[in-house]
Design a protein around this ligand. Structure first.
Ligand code: IMP
Ligand code: MG
Length: 176
């Protein structure tokens, strides 16, 4: 088996779009303190880059959720591996996700977090892959909508690898 990655979204394009999203968020949250929730591990790069350009006061927390195992397809089973360390009651929360695929992870998470009574809860995803959507999810901020590719880089992995690529690439697995 040979793995190949071809560039889908260049590093500069990603950076430009992240800055645009931050500007939108700055306008929407003017006068407020924003609580960013980063979904580990895929959203780490995106959350940190986004946070750098947010001008309103920001607090951050991290949550570990798994749904994929090591494969190319979601297992459909979602588990919280690591919960938040801060309460969110009364906070203006944005959940930051790397990619929205079936929608199960985010709808599960949004449902769970709403029970903790945040003042507001929005979702920001870098990538939206609507081809296999199974659950409607209300997305306030989207970076890019993409075709039905398995993508890696900028935090996204295949079997825990490729997260460090500065661009977003399509993974092709070829038989030898
Ligand atoms: P969903 O629950 O099906 O929406 O899946 C969302 C999660 O699956 C994301 O947080 C990613 O971790 C993972 N995922 C979905 N599509 C891809 C992909 O193309 N590359 C890498 N991970 C993906
Ligand atoms: Mg993820």
């Amino acid at each position: 088996m040979k793995e190949e990655v071809s560039i889908l979204i260049e590093e500069e394009q990603v950076e430009k779009r992240v800055k645009e999203l931050a500007e939108e968020i700055n306008r929407d949250y003017a006068g407020k303190t924003l609580h960013l929730i980063c979904i580990l591990k895929g959203s780490v790069f995106f959350t940190c880059e986004l946070a750098k350009y947010i001008k309103v006061p920001v607090t951050m927390d991290f949550i570990g959720v798994s749904s994929y195992g090591d494969g190319l397809k979601s297992s459909g089973y979602i588990s919280i591996d690591r919960d938040l360390t801060m309460g969110i009651k009364g906070r203006d929360v944005i959940v930051v996700e790397d990619i929205l695929d079936s929608g199960r992870t985010l709808s599960y998470l949004a449902h769970m977090l709403k029970k903790r009574e945040p003042a507001s809860l929005r979702v920001c995803t870098l990538l939206d892959k609507p081809a296999h959507r199974q659950t409607e999810v209300d997305i306030a901020y989207t970076g890019f909508e993409i075709e039905d590719y398995f993508v890696v880089g900028y935090g996204l992995d295949y079997a825990q690898r490729y997260r460090n690529l500065p661009y977003i690439g399509v993974l092709n697995i070829k038989e030898d």
